[in-house]
Design a protein. Structure first.
Length: 498
């Protein structure tokens, strides 16, 4: 008969009525007092009443209580120390066993994780190889129009494609712009966030375009001149400093939908509700009072929804509801490549990345596609919008893209991580998003107001300007923002009012 804790013959044996184990009474009572009344072997709750004293037939006669200075007193002290040592040793053995079990479980988990990671790496490498083989196979074939979409007017076999010399021009432009951006600082006189917060309406011009067909759809700025495209199909050049109309000329049979003013020259590109992109040039050197059409790019088979100049100013791209986007040599007036949307959905807007190596295109099925110009392949798809994508704008820093759809939300995407890192909610449907020339401010126009945000501080708008805007543009140094409205013929200029 041995104690279940010390392993020795007990002097005062007791038996637990719940577990049946035998203990030295003083040891088990000490253990219970130190361990919240838990059994050392079964961890059940026990009290002193759960133990029965086991009577022995014969045993030694208990000595008289020792004194503090006697040998029996020392023996009692030693006995207490021994009891404590036994209890501690027993506890350590229990903890040791628990640690062994935990370590064994952790090693098993680590081994299982390593096996799963190794299997996933193998599957990833196989998928990458399969994708590379697929791209290589597709690259040897000419793109075919998807089922249900319009075919291009020109056969893909007749298109010259993007040659090595063109790729060299694009790569050189991209390297120079990317390198220059790292060294670029904000120009002197650039508007601070405090000044933007003080923006208010400075003036309203309400006599532009035809009163019979009121409404302005788009605007482009070139220094103090503003080119506006109206619902009446005309383009007007307005001098913001002199407050006068410089020129008016008919551009399209119906509404002018998009304008691009090449600030390095006098060229203006326009699109309308028809299927063509037209190029206009000033016939007078200094006053821009007379304009003539100098070219028309080959027509799409559907409504042209956007036109964007590459930063090198030699090439451009257009998007169309015929489910294609095209890459042009604008000096030759020639289509170099025509890319079909793999989903068959029409393209609703598009814009070149500030470096010119990428092209972003929005679709009717709520997707934002990022294409690489060099190999004419999709680099990424951004999803999460509701309704057709209607506007997009790349930040000048080259890292951020702002997009909006037929909703009251603006989504911001990180092009390095390919994730949506911020979603801005506005009071009504958003019609336009536009970064300023330095990428420090983002303006979002909706049916009720134009809201300006500071980059990286998206949750707190700097200012909200009460006006309807179908399009907007920042002036140089972001000193003003100019808006136009499709519901009337108003052009409004906002700036610091105090």
């Amino acid at each position: 008969m041995l104690c279940s804790i010390s392993g020795e013959i007990p002097h005062e044996p007791v038996s637990c009525i719940k577990t049946g184990y035998i203990f030295e009474k003083r040891l088990i009572l000490k253990y219970l007092a130190e361990n919240d009344g838990k059994c050392p072997l079964t961890n059940q709750p026990l009290t002193e009443e759960d133990f029965l004293t086991i009577k022995q037939v014969s045993g030694p006669v208990a000595p008289r209580p020792p004194t503090l200075t006697s040998v029996p007193s020392l023996l009692s002290v030693f006995q207490n120390e021994w009891d404590s040592l036994m209890l501690e040793t027993f506890t350590l053995k229990q903890q040791y066993q628990q640690v062994r079990q935990q370590l064994s479980h952790a090693l098993y988990q680590n081994d299982s994780s390593a096996r799963v990671i190794a299997r996933l790496l193998v599957e990833r490498d196989e998928a990458r190889q399969a994708l590379a083989d697929l791209k290589s196979h597709i690259g040897t074939q000419e793109a075919q129009a998807p089922s249900g979409s319009h075919a291009s007017q020109e056969s893909p076999d007749s298109l010259p494609g993007i040659s090595a010399s063109i790729i060299e021009i694009l790569d050189k432009t991209s390297r120079e712009l990317s390198k220059g951006r790292k060294k670029r600082s904000q120009p002197e006189g650039y508007m601070s966030a405090e000044q933007i917060s003080a923006f208010g309406e400075l003036k309203t011009v309400s006599s532009l375009h035809s009163s019979g067909k009121p409404g302005i759809k788009c605007i482009q700025l070139n220094d103090a001149l503003a080119a506006t495209g109206g619902v009446d199909g005309n383009i007007q050049i307005y001098n913001l400093q002199d407050d006068c109309v410089v020129s008016t000329f008919a551009a399209h049979p119906e509404s002018v939908e998009n304008l691009v003013w090449d600030n390095s020259s006098t060229r203006i590109f326009s699109t309308g509700t028809d299927n063509v992109v037209r190029c206009w040039n000033s016939t007078t050197e200094n006053d821009f009072s007379s304009w003539g059409m100098v070219g028309e790019l080959p027509a799409h088979n559907g409504h042209v929804t956007s036109f964007s100049l590459n930063p090198c100013k030699q090439f451009a791209a257009s998007t169309s509801l015929d489910s294609t986007w095209r890459f042009y040599d604008i000096y030759a007036g020639q289509i170099l490549a025509s890319l079909n949307n793999p989903t068959g959905s029409g393209y609703t807007c598009g814009q070149f990345h500030p470096d010119g190596a990428l092209f972003g295109a929005g679709t009717q099925d709520s997707t934002v596609q990022i294409w690489t110009i060099k190999d004419q392949s999709k680099a990424a798809d951004f999803t999460g919008h509701t309704g057709a994508i209607i506007s997009m704008s790349f930040s000048e820093n080259g890292y951020f893209l702002a997009t909006t759809s037929e909703s009251n939300e603006v989504k911001l995407w990180d092009l390095r991580k390919l994730v949506n890192f911020e979603t801005l909610s506005l009071p009504s449907k958003v019609t336009k998003v536009q970064f300023d020339s330095c990428g420090s401010y983002l303006a979002a126009a909706c049916e009720e107001s134009v809201t300006i945000y500071k980059a990286k501080s998206w949750n707190e708008p700097l200012v909200s300007l009460a006006t309807h805007a179908s399009d907007l543009a920042f002036t140089s140094l972001s000193s003003n923002i100019v808006t136009v409205s499709s519901v009337n013929s108003n052009l409004r200029v906002f700036g610091v009012t105090n």
